[in-house]
Design a protein around this ligand. Structure first.
Ligand SMILES: [Zn+2]
Length: 175
């Protein structure tokens, strides 16, 4: 049963289903199955020639080729997934860039309110890009985005609309 098969030549039988692994009984722990398959005569001859050149059993050649083919198929599947994932990330990156561009177009869009302040550092107005010097009056825009600093000049801070201020006055005077 544990008899060693000849190292080189596989017996040249005509049966294409003769692909049993001669090493199989060696380890009962390894659960291996014998897979019978029909192959074209040309393919059988090629496999046998290949096996003879390598001095290994045909069944080993078949097994290695099958395992290789499965690996390649696996890799192909992985590549498709990778490509999809890349495409998805490109879409989301582009969306992020579009969002950033829009923010650059209107840097004051997401400002909740402005707080007047005396500038201690020279800076640039986020609205009109005017240079603001140390000691100038500026307005600090408050946003919900942490770390984002918006400072505008007196021209860019929104002025109260006439209608709104009148309404406010009315409300204040109403009670
Ligand atoms: Zn400005």
């Amino acid at each position: 049963m544990t008899q060693k098969p000849p190292t080189d030549v596989e017996p040249d039988t005509d049966s294409p289903t003769d692909v049993e692994d001669p090493f199989e009984p060696a380890s009962p722990a390894k659960k291996e199955r014998v897979l019978h398959t029909r192959v074209p005569a040309v393919l059988e001859q090629e496999l046998k020639r290949f096996a003879r050149n390598l001095r290994v059993p045909v069944s080993n050649v078949v097994r290695v080729i099958l395992e290789d083919a499965l690996k390649v198929a696996d890799r192909a599947t992985g590549e498709v997934e990778d490509r999809l994932r890349k495409a998805a990330s490109v879409v989301s990156t582009e969306r992020e860039q579009i969002r950033e561009t829009l923010k650059e177009l209107d840097p004051l869009e997401d400002v909740l309110g402005f707080q007047p302040l005396i500038l201690a550092q020279p800076t640039t107005c986020a609205g009109c890009r005017a240079s603001l010097r140390r000691g100038d009056k500026g307005w600090l825009g408050l946003t919900e985005e942490p770390g984002r600093r918006v400072i505008v000049c007196g021209q860019c801070v929104p002025a109260p609309a006439a209608d709104e201020s009148r309404n406010d006055d009315k409300k204040e005077n109403a009670p």
